[in-house]
Design a binder for this molecule. Structure first.
Ligand code: EPU
Length: 418
């Protein structure tokens, strides 16, 4: 199994190009099931989750081609299977995103119920409830969600909690419903907005994406479109923290600073000098030790749970004490004990990790059970003295394109071994 080996201690310096957003491209690929014409999707990141998603849609009958410019042409005209199997959903929970489109366009879907996962129990009751409100009949049996529907009908849906893929599933389904759907307490994440923009380019009528109330006026059909995926704000944030933790200077290019307010705010509190342009963000620590920062994760525009592990890593070597509170997922502290193996001083109390900055971490063998936790461990490895070996790299490959190449481009001593 591949591992990443890091010799820590080099301040990072230079430019890094940011890829398209994983959590935007996955729903956009699923949205191809709604169309009756091909879609041409650009700025697609080279990630394992994209490959998994293409395999899933391919089995349903979507014809997919990926060209050398990382554009996917997705032709849904041959779709004749409406199944997302347990094998697929257990590899990638985001497979649940085919549920809404299949029900809306084909009136049927069998989608495996995702189980618990490394970061929490992650139920999908809100997805199911929303689709039922739109008129679908849903049974959960033998571990599968079995859904049937005639043409869906617009409804007024108040979500019990803010859910990103839940909002996306319902918004996609509502595009083809008869009449108007109002989704209240909707997720406001930039990836939801990106999906809405793509659906609008396909002919959907959507208002309010990016606010907590989304209004969808159903249309008869959706066509193809050419659409470029939003830059990845979490990848961007991860490279900025890489600059901060190593006391270096890093410029993320091809990104959007307006999607990162909460993260940039915390980096400034940590002592970073930040400069933004329309499509770049530069962080400069001027050789200084970061200061510890405290925060609570919460839905957008608050601090993202997907950046929690990276900032936990930053706090381990910062000056002072940082309190990191995770409110979105109940089990997203799996990286904490691994950081302790590198010499970090951390106490976990319920939803909070109290991190007292130490002068130095020391390299060790570590591993993580989810994507962002692994990214946090790689960041810690960049400052740990000696060699850090991060195992189970496949988690990182799900969501970061060539992370070790991009970090080496900034001067890190990092390599992948088989
Ligand atoms: N929840 C429910 N019922 C539901 C849906 C969600 O109780 O029907 C709960 C979840 O258990 C969780 C909270 O609501 O406690 C929020 O979960 P959400 O549904 O928003 O998460 P998600 O849609 O499954 C997406 C991202 C995650 C990201 C979260 C939160 C995608 C494909 N995934 O997951 O990304 O952490 O939103 O922002 O968009 C990652 O990229 O590493 C990742 C895990």
């Amino acid at each position: 199994m591949a591992k990443i080996v890091i010799q820590g201690g080099v301040p990072l310096n230079g430019d890094v190009m940011i890829s398209g957003a994983k959590n935007a491209v996955l729903p956009i690929l699923a949205a191809s099931l709604l169309a009756d014409e091909p879609m041409d999707i650009g700025n697609v990141p080279h990630l394992n989750d994209v490959t998994t998603s293409m395999a899933l849609l391919g089995e349903m009958g979507v014809q997919l081609t990926l060209n050398e410019h990382m554009r996917i042409l997705a032709d849904p005209r041959g779709v004749d299977r409406f199944l997302a199997s347990y094998e697929q959903v257990k590899t990638m929970r985001a497979s649940i995103l085919v549920l809404g489109p299949l029900v809306a366009r084909f009136g049927q879907a069998e989608v495996s119920l995702p189980g618990g996962c490394a970061i929490g129990s992650r139920p999908v009751d809100q997805h199911i409830r929303g689709l039922q409100a739109l008129g679908a009949t849903i049974r959960v049996e033998n571990g599968y969600i079995h859904a049937r529907a005639g043409r869906l009908k617009g409804a007024h849906i108040v979500m019990d909690m803010v859910t990103v893929t839940g909002t996306e599933n319902i918004m996609m389904a509502a595009t083809l419903a008869q009449g108007t759907t109002v989704i209240e307490n909707a997720a406001q994440e930039p990836e939801v907005v990106d999906l809405a923009h793509c659906l609008i380019a396909m002919g959907a009528q959507i208002e309010g994406a990016g606010s907590n109330t989304i209004v969808v006026h159903g249309v008869e059909r959706l066509g193809g479109c050419r659409y470029d995926v939003l830059p990845d704000r979490i990848e961007t944030g991860t490279f900025l923290v890489a600059g901060a933790i190593t006391r270096g200077k890093v410029r993320a290019r091809g990104t959007r600073s307006d999607t990162l307010d909460a993260v940039l705010n915390k980096l400034e509190q940590a002592g970073a000098h930040i400069n933004t342009t329309a499509d770049s963000i530069e962080i400069d620590m001027r050789g200084n030790r970061p200061r510890a920062v405290s925060f609570s994760t919460a839905p957008y525009p608050s601090f993202p749970t997907d950046m929690q592990a990276q900032f936990a890593a930053l706090n381990t070597v910062a000056e002072g004490v940082g309190v990191v509170t995770e409110t979105v997922f109940e089990n997203r502290f799996m990286h904490i004990q691994e950081l302790v193996r590198l010499g970090a001083d951390i106490q976990v109390k319920g939803e909070s990790a109290i991190i007292r900055g130490v002068e130095t971490l020391t390299g060790a063998q570590i591993m993580a059970t989810d994507l962002r936790a692994s990214a946090g461990l790689v960041l810690a490895g960049l400052v740990a003295q000696g060699e850090t070996v991060v195992d189970r790299v496949y988690h990182i490959d799900r969501g970061y394109e060539n992370i070790e190449e991009k970090l080496s481009g900034l001067g890190a001593r990092i390599r992948r071994i088989a």
